[in-house]
Design a protein. Sequence first.
Length: 107
Amino acid sequence: MSHFLCGLFVGLVINCCCACVCVCVCVCVSELAQSTGLLANSVAVLGSSEEHTSLARVLAQLAEVEERCDKVHVDQSDADFFIFAELVREYVGLVQAVKVCSAACSI
């Protein structure tokens, strides 16, 4: 039984390392979304202050594209967070099962 618990513990440690990577990805995508939103706003302001009409139009279109990219990044960040939250919930359940199993084996 102890070999089983050791194997389960090693598996949990490896999965926790994967969870840390998921946290980093969630944070990076969230920061990317914020930066994309700031870029969209900056390009929109630049386009509105441009005197050359065709350049102003192109900058406005670029701002629209960046706003759409911002929305995609925000949606991806939210989805990654919810997936990560479910992963953590499953790990907590596994740790609780190991605790119950080890308590039952020590009795």
